[in-house]
Design a protein. Structure first.
Lengths: 446, 534
């Protein structure tokens, strides 16, 4: 409740009441999300996965954190916080200021938008690039000018990802996308196509060494982020592109031909087909089941590898393969980035930090060492690849992926598409369900 | 008021710190300190509120402080001494949130409309400043001939690759010769007649410096951070007179147009130019939508019915099970009575959050405990709307029955034993004794607790969110799932998938508040009627 009382001290009465009401609504909804997996469905999945996967288990309170007294305040989430502090300290020393990196364990994006609007927010926030649309529509971040030299150093997918309506809004720090993790004891070779994957997995099941061919989490609500490699391989897309490369929200791909083909494929793999996809495999158990050594393949992010290693699985990594004779599978690529808060108290320092410190190789190396997610600087990926080939494979998969659309309209897409895919995997009529989802999304976008 | 009675040692006795006037030194000290703290808090918050222009809060703060002072510094107003703290807390923690929720329900507040129109315009215009591919970047130092806080400021610029040195201000850019300035490490470190600002000073003067644009033939040079500047073009300009935004590249003019309950800047063809909208009053639009939008109405009506079923079902099942166990274990002849009672309370001792999450995993169709105990059955507990409801109720029964067991045991033991004996002597069977004598008496004691339990379950967000997450959701993509009660449905609309809609969610909350209040009123009436049993 402290937030509701201290917030109003900042701006106009209107705004503070908004905040108070929002907080009270949250309180009504009770401090429930503590320690829970992201409840926001698929939209949260990718955004939070990198940071949240190796959670260090801070006590997650529902309360929005308060900005401290430091000159420059950075909000981030997960193990990157520890890696960021020395970098921040160095920047502070150079400029004669104090810099503090604060952990915001839950709902970083929402907390940031609310705190920033009331003038109590940080100067810099770190988060996934698909927040950009929402942050921009709420006026919460300012553009970040990336110089031509910096652009040349970064992976193209990373600069694409932070570009929104022709403007760059963040400094990319790391890239991540889904990869195929295989248990080498059950499936020694990386499959060239999804059919090969199934054949190898089913052979292991038939031989009795494995119980499941593949863990691709669907969950009761579906997860459009995890289904994307299959969806894209069958020709599905979310939004078409305009001539200038930005998304055309008038051209919705859900419900169109490619998505219907994808729905057919999902149905073939679902409960009424080969039962490879199941709503009972979810974010809660996918990694745990794989780590028991009874699953041949798992589609998951590089953030899962820490657990897999700990479980002692002899694993191999490769890109998620597409269906034979169809398009290549393109997972969504997420880019963790630094943003400059629009109402930060020390914007000049924030801009300089994001412009210089955040884009340096040493910074990205430190972040890489903390979270083992591929860095966004191409030459650093190559350096790291010498000692860590997994990171190279993960980086290549991310580079070949589609930057997750950062449009605020995506909020209307994730849930209905995921629900439709879960229903189809559960045996619903593929074409009709997918078309219905398209209509629901189109209705919400109006 | 026995507080003023004193024992022989002269110390005040009675309920805690005496609230009335007292001669005891510690109590007086405590009172002075307490009132001093209140006054101090009010004084220290005042400048903040003044700076923020929070007049309503300022008045409220001082009214509260003055009230506390007036009530506790005099010997009069004794009843208020007891009532005031509770009333103040009630106002701050209950009334204010309700009021602001009501107020919010008349706006279109949500993602994309969090700020004012001015905020939106300034964001739109500011975001339109882009680097052109051929535009230059500079190493920047800021100099001033005036004060470091207010300027006037001059940019000293060293072009990054080409090493040209320039000075720039509102008038434009002029090249400097090497001897005019000292350059070190790619930055101008000194210039005749100018004071060079440190990084900290640049940051402190940030708003002024970022407002300084140095016009060039291609666009303008702006500071980015404390030590860089870039040449960019601002493509959008806002004209307050016509309330329109003009794009200098495409020549398009964007005017304010209405889309749903929001206003956006849109072009002549009626398509939105930008994502930013702003908060407005929308009158009863949220309530109208709540009651007329067929999808919303259907979903909410469904979840209202389910909320009632869930709340009544939760109370009924937990109470029945708790009562049965309590009655069974109320017989002193049972051996190991204490052990059984302790075992039954175990679910109560486990934090409910953990219970919910564990139960959620029990219901997994392929890997869950329940299906494997049923011999590998493939019951889709969380995927079927009906079974998911059963699952929620079962889980709530597990976490809830020990509470009912405890209060039923307590109430049973409080019943005078002679009543049951009298009934027995009159020839009643034990069943009749229980149903006709013990149970009605018991109900008098526990009915208020059942009512509060009902109200709690009516808004039991946790069990829904943690066990089913509201699911299963319709394949057609509706926002509210089959097990969503009203409060979790409101949560999903406010913070869920399709972008936050605070205004609409507040409207739902207000309606929910009214419904709960009416239901609670009815129940308390009914409870009063029960008291006639005695």
């Amino acid at each position: 409740m402290r937030t509701a009382l201290t917030k109003p001290l900042a701006r106009k009465a209107r705004l503070s009441l908004t905040t108070a009401a929002a907080v009270s609504l949250m309180l009504l909804a009770s401090g429930c999300s503590g320690g829970q997996a992201p409840a926001g469905g698929a939209s949260g999945a990718a955004s939070e996965s990198a940071a949240a996967a190796p959670q260090t288990g801070e006590a997650a309170s529902g309360e929005a954190p308060a900005r401290g007294d430091a000159d420059l305040v950075i909000w981030a989430n997960g193990p990157v916080v520890q890696a960021l502090q020395p970098i921040a300290d160095k920047f502070g020393e150079e400029n004669g200021i104090t810099v503090e990196v604060q952990t915001v364990a839950t709902e970083l994006q929402t907390n940031f938008v609310t705190a920033n609007a009331s003038g109590n927010g940080p100067d810099i926030v770190m988060g996934a690039h698909d927040w950009i649309g929402n942050l921009v529509q709420n006026g919460a971040i300012d553009p970040v000018q990336i110089t031509a030299e910096q652009k040349a150093d970064l992976l193209p997918v990373a600069t694409d990802a932070v570009t929104y309506n022709g403007q760059t809004y963040g400094m990319p720090a790391s890239v991540e996308s889904l990869v195929l993790i295989r248990n080498k004891a059950l499936a020694p070779e990386a499959p060239a196509s999804f059919e090969d994957l199934l054949a190898a997995g089913n052979a292991a099941v038939a031989a009795g060494t494995a119980e499941r061919a593949l863990n691709l989490q669907v969950g009761p609500k579906g997860d459009a982020y995890f289904m994307q490699p299959l969806y894209s391989s069958a020709g599905g897309y979310l939004f078409g592109k305009k001539a200038d490369g930005s998304f055309d929200t008038a051209d919705l791909g859900v419900g169109k031909e490619g998505s219907i083909a994808a729905a057919g494929k999902i149905a073939e793999l679902g409960e009424k087909g080969s039962k490879v996809l199941s709503t009972s495999v979810s974010a809660d158990n996918s990694i745990a089941l794989f780590n028991q050594g009874k699953t041949a393949f798992m589609v998951n992010g590089p953030w899962a590898l820490g657990d897999v290693k700990k479980a002692g699985i002899d694993y191999g990594l490769s890109a998620v393969p597409g269906f034979a004779g169809m398009e290549p599978a393109q997972p969504f690529t997420g880019v963790q980035s630094f943003y400059v808060a629009s109402k930060g108290k020390n914007k000049s320092f924030a801009e300089t930090f994001v412009q210089t410190a955040a884009s340096q190789k040493e910074t990205q190396r430190a972040l890489y060492e903390a979270v083992r997610i591929p860095p966004a600087i191409a030459s650093l990926v190559e350096e790291v690849a010498q000692t860590d080939p997994d990171t190279k494979i993960a980086a290549d998969a991310a580079a070949a992926g589609i930057p997750m659309p950062s449009l605020p309209q995506m909020a209307a897409v994730w849930a209905p598409l995921g629900q439709a895919e879960a229903a189809i995997a559960g045996g619903a009529d593929p074409a009709a369900t997918m078309e219905q989802a398209g209509q629901t999304i189109a209705g919400a976008l109006k | 008021m026995t507080t003023r009675t004193k024992n022989s040692s002269g110390k005040a006795v009675g309920p805690g710190l005496s609230l009335g006037s007292t001669a005891s030194v510690p109590a007086l000290l405590a009172k002075i300190l307490g009132l001093g703290a209140v006054l101090g808090a009010a004084v220290s918050l005042t400048p903040l509120l003044l700076a923020g222009g929070e007049w309503a809060l300022l008045i409220g703060l001082w009214a509260g402080a003055a009230g506390l002072l007036a009530v506790y510094s005099t010997k009069r107003l004794v009843p208020l001494k007891y009532l005031l703290p509770g009333t103040l807390l009630l106002t701050v923690f209950v009334l204010l949130p309700i009021l602001s929720t009501v107020q919010l329900s008349f706006t279109n507040s949500g993602d994309g409309t969090r700020g004012s129109k001015e905020d939106a315009v300034s964001t739109i215009v500011r975001n339109s400043v882009t680097q052109l591919p051929e535009s230059r970047t500079f190493n920047l130092t800021v100099g001033t001939t005036g004060s470091v806080a207010d300027g006037p400021f001059t940019f000293f610029l060293v072009e990054a690759p080409a090493n040209g040195i320039f000075a720039g201000d509102e008038q434009g850019l002029r090249p400097l010769a090497g001897e005019d300035v000292t350059v070190d490490g790619g930055y101008v470190r000194g210039a005749g007649g100018y004071q060079i600002l440190t990084g900290k000073e640049v940051n402190a003067a940030g708003p002024k410096i970022s407002g300084l644009t140095v016009p060039t033939d291609k666009g303008a040079i702006r500071a980015q951070g404390i030590n860089r500047a870039f040449e960019g073009v601002q493509t959008l300009t806002y004209d307050a007179g016509t309330d329109s935004i003009t794009d200098s590249v495409s020549g398009k003019v964007f005017t304010v147009q209405q889309f749903g309950d929001r206003e956006y800047f849109a072009d002549a063809n009626g398509s939105k130019g930008f994502d930013q909208s702003w908060e407005r009053n929308v009158g009863f639009a949220n309530y109208v939508r709540l009651f007329t939008d067929p999808q919303v109405r259907e979903a909410l009506l469904g979840s209202f019915v389910w909320t009632l079923v869930f709340a009544v079902g939760s109370v009924a099942t937990t109470f029945v099970v708790g009562l049965l166990l309590a009655t069974a274990l109320n017989d002193p002849r049972i051996r190991g009575l204490k052990f059984y009672r302790a075992v039954i309370i175990v679910p109560y001792a486990i934090p409910v959050f953990i219970s919910f999450i564990v139960w959620q995993s029990f219901y997994n169709k392929d890997f869950g405990l329940i299906n494997s105990m049923l011999g590998g059955a493939k019951i889709d507990w969380l995927g079927d709307p009906f079974l998911a409801k059963v699952a929620v109720l079962l889980t709530n029964l597990w976490v809830g029955f020990p509470y009912m067991f405890l209060i039923a045991t307590g109430a049973l033991q409080a019943l005078p034993q002679d009543i049951a004996e009298a009934a027995k002597i009159d020839g009643a069977s034990s069943w009749t004794t229980f149903t006709k004598v013990q149970f009605p008496l018991l109900l008098v004691a526990v009915a208020p607790l059942l009512v509060s339990s009902f109200a709690f379950n009516f808004n039991n967000f946790n069990v829904i969110q943690l066990v089913t997450g509201g699911g299963p959701f319709p394949a057609s993509g509706g926002q509210i799932g089959a097990t969503d009660i009203l409060i979790s449905g409101a949560y999903r609309i406010a913070f869920g998938g399709a972008g936050a809609e605070f205004g609409f969610a507040s409207a739902i909350s207000v309606v929910l508040f009214i419904v709960t209040a009416v239901l609670a009123g009815i129940q308390f009436r009914y409870t009063k009627a029960l008291e006639d049993v005695r």
